[in-house]
Design a protein around this ligand. Structure first.
Ligand code: CA2
Length: 154
């Protein structure tokens, strides 16, 4: 953990390992690896490092946050469907006491009613939803701005 070289946890929840394989009309053709590379590039240009993690299991996501709470400065998280259901993930984000930005590739507010509710939004700085792949870059910069990390040199 350091102000000069912050560490960001990039966390993905269930089914997001399959990005790019199906439902391009909703999630585009970007893969999870593409997204991880985008975030690493945006963070790297500002001297930050990224630890990436994806799981289809709620407890594994929580364990990852706990295990890395002392090395990390902030979180970018797309919790997938757990966004809408997981009180445990809400509590974990609160418990690790790190600033978090919630990301969704699709515009969850333009979809089914059950996707309009986020259990984790109250413990996040904010939500970036519906901006596709670019939302992650926006979220990364928002988080680094919040952490006081200097902008990249042009
Ligand atoms: O838009 C998002 O990023 C979501 O977090 C994606 C979640 C969904 O449950 C949220 O409501 C919004 C689902 C990810 C499912 O990923 C798939 C990947 C490939 C094929 C089908 C689904």
């Amino acid at each position: 953990m350091s102000a000069e070289h912050p560490v960001i946890l990039l966390v993905h929840g269930p089914n997001l390992n399959l990005l790019g394989e199906r439902k391009p009309e909703v999630y585009g053709t970007t893969t999870l690896l593409d997204i991880e590379a985008d975030v690493a590039a945006a963070a790297g240009a500002r001297g930050a490092a990224v630890l990436c993690f994806q799981s289809n299991h709620e407890g594994a996501l929580i364990d990852f946050l706990h295990e890395n709470r002392k090395v990390a400065d902030g979180i970018v998280i797309n919790a997938g469907a757990y966004t809408h259901t997981s009180v445990a993930l809400h509590d974990a984000i609160e418990a690790v006491n790190l600033p978090a930005v919630e990301v969704h590739i699709s515009n969850t507010h333009a979809r089914e009613g059950f996707r309009h509710v986020s259990m984790i939004a109250p413990v996040c700085l904010g939500q970036v939803t519906g901006l596709g792949r670019q939302g992650y870059t926006v979220a990364t910069h928002l988080l680094l701005d919040h952490l006081g990390s200097p902008a990249a040199n042009p």
